[in-house]
Design a protein around this ligand. Structure first.
Ligand code: SIN
Length: 310
């Protein structure tokens, strides 16, 4: 029997494969489709204090090896995501609320509201690249630290942060030191690579409307960067901090590589948007087949055991 279950702060996931906050997880109807699939958990769209319409359309486009998006955090407001938790919890899976804000007091307000809900885990989004005029919080180390301090003071639930990709070892080290001194249980790494640009050469136009065509890059393009982030943080973080890998997971091989790099759980964003809820069953099955071939019975057998050259 191959076991692909995982655990974060005592919350048990039957499968380590689930959706990423972002695509197809804004309404109760969409979230119910995830609940009824083979996803190991249900992650809700990042919510804000106020309802947000998000950026003008077109704001998500599939491209050859992935996607570009500048959604701008369209969501139904934190009260909605509080109200639907009993319905979603009735499916028996871990439920994860994702929270976004402009400053620490907005995070405080939303985190406090979820304390009295039956959400299992909070994901604090520090990395949306698509809100006009607002920088990605995860690139501002001081602000990230402040928000983590506030959330740590008020959250009764296990919580972690969703980070943008980092590219420089000095930045990894600086962020890891903040994370090691915080009360987080996990990181989610990585959000889309911010401010990419796609062009339709025939029409000579950009592909999406917001921000002059700049948007977050997702899918196969970003897997090497995502693997590098998971691997580097696995080296730098205290072992109590788990890593949720995101970025270009389309297959069991991709999932295997993320776990080998140190991930505990995996989230699917663009690949889920493109294939729909059946992807959770397919990727789980493919991962189990690889493990069986290699003689691994559980994820512990190979997690983080990536080999390097002498
Ligand atoms: C968005 O709504 O713009 C995407 C969410 C995110 O990147 O965090």
């Amino acid at each position: 029997m191959i076991d692909i279950s995982a655990n974060i702060s005592g919350v048990h996931f039957d499968s380590c494969i689930m959706n990423a906050s972002g695509p197809l997880d804004t309404t109760l109807e969409e979230l119910t489709d995830i609940a009824m699939s083979r996803a190991g958990g249900i992650v809700m769209k990042s919510c804000t204090v106020e309802v947000r319409e998000g950026n003008p359309e077109p704001r998500y486009v599939d491209v050859e090896w992935g996607s570009i998006n500048s959604m701008g955090l369209p969501n139904l407001g934190y009260k909605y995501y509080n109200e639907i938790t009993p319905k979603l919890k009735s499916y028996g899976k871990p439920l994860i609320a994702s929270i976004a804000g402009a400053e620490s007091q907005e995070y405080r307000k939303i985190v406090e509201s979820f304390n009295s809900s039956n959400v299992d885990i909070l994901e604090i989004n520090l990395s949306c690249p698509n809100v006009v005029g607002r920088p990605q919080i995860g690139y501002d180390f001081e602000m990230s630290e402040e928000i983590m301090g506030v959330v740590g003071d008020v959250s009764d639930k296990p919580w972690g942060v969703k980070l943008p990709p980092y590219f420089d070892f000095v930045h990894f080290e600086e962020m890891a030191s903040i994370l090691n001194n915080s009360k987080i249980s996990f990181i989610v790494s990585i959000n889309s690579i911010g401010n990419a640009l796609f062009i339709d050469w025939e029409t000579e136009k950009v592909l999406i409307k917001p921000k002059g065509g700049f948007g977050g890059l997702g899918g196969k393009y970003i897997k090497p960067t995502a693997l590098a982030n998971v691997r580097k943080f696995a080296e730098l973080l205290n072992k109590r901090i788990k890593i949720v890998g995101v970025g270009g997971v389309y297959s069991g091989i991709d999932a295997f590589e993320f776990i080998l790099s140190g991930a505990t759980l995996l989230q699917l964003g663009t690949s889920f948007a493109q294939e729909g809820p059946q992807i959770f069953e397919r990727v789980s099955r493919e991962l189990k087949e690889i493990m069986e071939k290699k003689g691994y019975a559980s994820l512990e057998d190979f997690r983080g055991k990536l080999k390097v050259m002498d």
